[in-house]
Design a protein around this ligand. Structure first.
Ligand code: ZN
Ligand code: ZN
Length: 231
């Protein structure tokens, strides 16, 4: 059977097996593209999943927890892939060229990480990090929502962006001290809930910490996060 790879668009042949016909979560890429994506397998920071030599809490996480305002906002982050060159290209196609189909490349591994790390936590709902309305209109889809769609959890669309400033133009310090970029649309559904924030990438943690703070400040019990990539 010949299929075209969702990443490089080359045709490749796939051996048809009974399980392949029965499972819809088959590999969506050629082997070469799939192996260029690097899963995080070694030791990581036990809080944010940053790949490192040991499982100790990393300096970024220590900084977050040394500030009373941000302490324990995110209990734990899990990520699936490293931010290598291949992933940078794919993420650019996914986000900036609006190739929504690419989510299919990640769904299976995203779900596997959820099952491995979070299935015992009794999480109530997933909360995808929203785009600004402007961005959503430009792109046509929210990649965090597409990722959340692959999980067996109800979704709560409770967050909204309060302003549109580009995060990347600010320094780390500015990003952390800036007033919260998120606000809550509706707080009635989150009180005493265990929530799982979903985003494509965890970089400094700033986006996720801001989102978590809004949720916790309005009554959520615990906030975890699951992100596709840890940079
Ligand atoms: Zn390929
Ligand atoms: Zn960390």
């Amino acid at each position: 059977m010949t299929i075209s790879c969702l990443i490089c668009h080359e045709e490749y042949s796939q051996q048809v097996t009974w399980t392949g016909l029965l499972l819809s979560s088959d590999q969506q890429t050629c082997d070469e593209c799939y192996t260029s994506l690097q899963k995080i397998t070694g030791p990581t920071c036990s809080r944010c999943f940053r790949p490192q030599e040991s499982v100790e809490i990393c300096s970024d996480c220590q900084r977050w927890s040394s500030d009373e305002q941000w302490q324990n906002m995110i209990q734990k982050n899990i990520s699936v892939f490293h931010y290598n060159d291949a992933m940078k290209d794919i993420l650019a196609a996914f986000k900036f060229r609006g190739d929504a189909e690419l989510v299919k490349v990640f769904q299976k591994d995203f779900l596997a990480s959820y099952r491995k790390y979070y299935s015992s936590y009794k999480i109530d709902a997933a909360v995808p990090i929203p785009l600004s309305e402007e961005r959503l209109y430009e792109r046509g889809f929210n990649q965090a929502k597409l990722l959340a769609d692959s999980l067996p959890l109800p979704q709560l669309d409770v967050l909204q962006r309060t302003h549109h400033e580009k995060q990347s133009k600010k320094s780390r310090h500015q990003r952390i001290t800036a007033s919260n970029v998120f606000s809550l649309k509706n707080s009635s559904t989150i009180s005493n809930k265990k929530l799982l924030l979903i985003d494509d990438i965890y970089t400094t943690g700033s986006t996720l910490y801001h989102a978590a703070k809004v949720l916790i400040d309005h009554g959520a019990e615990t906030v975890f996060s699951l992100t596709l990539i840890r940079s």
